[in-house]
Ligand binder design. Structure first.
Ligand SMILES: Nc1ncnc2c1ncn2[C@@H]1O[C@H](COP(=O)(O)OP(=O)(O)OP(=O)(O)O)[C@@H](O)[C@H]1O
Length: 276
């Protein structure tokens, strides 16, 4: 990796009482690239995400986000609300967290709440239907409609999110995150529970998001997705980094095969092969 970094994690440590979930972890994510964080269950991946997105305050280390204009933001000093708003880091969760009773379109409108609140003068201009607010609302609907189209859910715009098929809900979550127009999109196991066809569609969607210029940080167990779309892979085990590199480098690394996939070499090879 030699390019332009959007995210630098430097000696990140996270302890829970006596448990060291992440220890001295350093890695970087390049701008407009897909960086994957992989590792066996309990390796510490979600804890890293929670530190980056402000859900946890790290016990030690630094997390820096550098915007296109050169502004550097120390994420470990901000709470989750400011990380989303100021640093423009968006995330999805392992378990889907849509508003199930709201329509697909409404879920994407809620994601644009901050911009709409500003345009409404924090209520009054919205209440009287001022032109500035109506224009902002139109732009928000256009953006939401655009994303519904991109995730192939335009015909489901008025259906309750909770009534959508599981794979559709996963894509709607990504669309919702994209409606915040993030600089860095963090996805926690977006392919979990998807069938092969849905995983392939997800890979295509994530590549198109990257090609449009959004940087992506991805936690994923589905090796076919990871190996197909990642530009760079960081491998963790027991809270530390054990390897990093291109998909090919990581796939061929004996440390990864042994430590990440356990001691059963046949099984390890089979899982890695599923991504080749
Ligand atoms: N809030 C918490 N309190 C105590 N221990 C925690 C907490 N969150 C995570 N841990 C512990 O930290 C370690 C790393 O967990 P983490 O969820 O980050 O791993 P992971 O790599 O995301 O695993 P998985 O792939 O199963 O989601 C585990 O031992 C876990 O039990």
């Amino acid at each position: 990796m030699s390019g332009d970094k959007i995210l630098s994690v430097d000696r990140l440590t996270m302890r829970f009482g006596g448990i060291v979930a992440v220890q001295d972890l350093s890695f970087a994510a390049e701008r407009k690239r897909i960086t994957a964080l992989i590792g066996p269950n309990g390796a510490g991946k979600t804890t890293v995400f929670n530190c980056i997105t402000g859900f946890y305050k790290p016990s030690g280390g630094a997390i820096r986000l550098t915007h296109d204009d050169g502004r550097v933001i120390a994420l470990e000093r901000l709470n989750d609300f400011r990380i989303a708003k100021q640093a423009k880091v968006a995330r999805t969760f392992q378990n889907i967290r849509l508003f199930p009773g709201m329509t697909a379109l409404e879920n994407l409108m809620v994601a644009q709440h901050n911009a709409l609140m500003r345009a409404s003068g924090f209520t009054l201009l919205g209440l009287v239907g001022a032109p500035v607010y109506r224009e902002a609302e139109k732009q928000a609907i256009d953006l939401a409609t655009d994303w519904l189209r991109r995730v192939n859910l335009l015909d489901r715009a008025d259906d309750a999110a909770g009534n959508l098929a599981y794979g559709d809900q996963r894509r709607l979550e990504i669309a919702r995150a994209m409606c915040t127009e993030p600089a860095l999109l963090c996805l926690d196991e977006p392919a979990a529970g998807l069938n092969a066809r849905e995983s392939a569609a997800l890979s295509e969607l994530l590549l198109s998001i990257r090609n449009d210029g959004t940087s992506i940080l991805l936690i994923e167990h589905d090796m076919s997705v990871v190996m197909e779309i990642s530009d760079h892979i960081v491998v963790m085990d027991h809270g530390v980094k054990i390897a990093e590199g291109s998909p090919r480098e990581v796939r061929d690394d004996p440390k990864v095969i042994a430590a990440y996939l356990g001691t059963d070499e046949d099984e390890a090879a089979a899982v890695m092969e599923s991504g080749s």
